[in-house]
Design a binder for this molecule. Structure first.
Ligand code: IPM
Ligand code: MN
Length: 343
């Protein structure tokens, strides 16, 4: 079979450090993967003023998948790299599923004292191309005492239905077969109504999946007090952003949280990245935990149909986590997991 063509965007801060470890593991698992690095992020922006040139975007379209480290740097005003690079990739490649597992590995300390490991095992299906991230809205009388800023949530029947369908398929494939819609239907009456009606309608095609509903505020509480309520969670872009940081916290921290920005039809490459950011405060010190990136590599392999390889990487991570002792550097953790994958 031909080589898998992988575009690698290490990005900013710890992104470069964690991506290097992810690639080590990828190589050790024995896949025929051919990585090409792309220099995008704060350094390029300062050097050339470019965030994501159209020619690069076109080139990236031709890859089988993308591995991304982290985007964002305090030296660049907020929103530029996020909107014009990271979100542009998600939007241009129609990554309408932002898949974020929240799973507690045995041996990981959760702040939820006394919670059995198996009680935290869910997957959040975050919508990735619409909602408040769409960027609609505007500002009037900026800088005056009469300033009015609006920022609208865009929800289309097409956009909601496709992500809800994906979530039902996911739920169907999992032992507990439960889908929870998380929204705020009591206040966001237009968008919430569309989401709820869509879930109700699609649910008729999935009689084997139990459906539930939870407001975002209550869901935040239940993530902490009763995480076992959740199996597959489907939610909009911003609620999903927030709840998956909470999910990362209950499952052992942001250093372990993986994600995939998926284009399920394969019309464009899917992109895998740790949920954490560029962490400029610890960048360049070898302190970052590469585990989230390595788990994202496992998701990448799975997405490409390399299920055995994906499982081997996840097992290597689980074994590594189970035996964690003293503190290790970024590359020591990467080396230890790599050894388990090769061994
Ligand atoms: C994430 C990040 C991004 C988001 C930012 C950096 C734009 O927080 O991947 O969760 O809000 O989606
Ligand atoms: Mn986030």
């Amino acid at each position: 079979s031909r080589n898998i063509r992988l575009a690698v965007i290490p990005g900013d801060g710890i992104g470069t450090e964690v991506v290097a470890e992810g690639l080590k593991v990828l190589e050790a698992v024995g896949t025929k993967i051919e990585p090409t690095h792309y220099d995008l992020g704060a350094a390029r922006y300062h050097r050339t003023g470019e965030t994501l040139p159209d020619s690069v975007l076109d080139e990236l379209r031709g890859y089988d998948a993308i591995l991304l480290g982290a985007i964002g740097d305090p030296s660049v005003p907020p929103g530029i790299l996020e909107r014009d690079l990271l979100l542009r990739l998600r939007f241009a490649f129609d990554h309408y599923v932002n898949l974020r597992p929240v799973k507690l590995f045995p041996g990981v300390a959760t702040p939820l004292a006394g919670t059995p490991t198996e009680n935290i095992d869910m997957i959040v299906v975050r919508e990735g191309t619409e909602g408040l991230y769409a960027g609609t809205g505007g500002v009037m009388r900026r800088g005056t005492p009469h300033e009015i800023a609006t920022q609208e949530s865009l929800n289309t029947a097409h956009g909601v239905e496709r992500v809800v369908r994906y979530a039902f398929e996911k739920a169907k494939s999992r032992p507990r077969r439960k889908l929870t819609l998380v929204h705020k239907t009591n206040v966001l009456t237009f968008a919430g109504d569309l989401w709820q009606r869509t879930v109700n309608r699609v649910a008729e095609e999935y009689p084997e999946v139990g459906t539930d509903y939870c407001h975002i505020d209550a869901a935040s509480m239940f993530f902490v007090t009763q995480p076992e309520r959740f199996d597959v969670v489907v939610t909009d872009n911003l609620f999903g952003d927030i709840i998956t940081d909470l999910g990362a916290a209950i499952a052992g921290g942001i250093g372990l949280a993986a994600s995939g920005n998926i284009n399920p039809e394969g019309a464009a490459p899917s992109m895998f990245e740790p949920v954490h950011g560029s962490a400029p405060d610890i960048a360049g010190q070898g302190k970052a935990d590469p585990t989230a990136t390595i788990l994202s590599v496992s998701m990448l392999l799975d997405h490409l149909g390399l299920h055995d390889e994906a499982a081997r990487v996840e097992r290597a991570v689980a074994d590594d986590i189970a035996e964690r002792g003293g503190s290790r550097s970024t590359s020591e953790i990467g080396d230890d997991i790599t050894a388990r994958v090769s061994g």
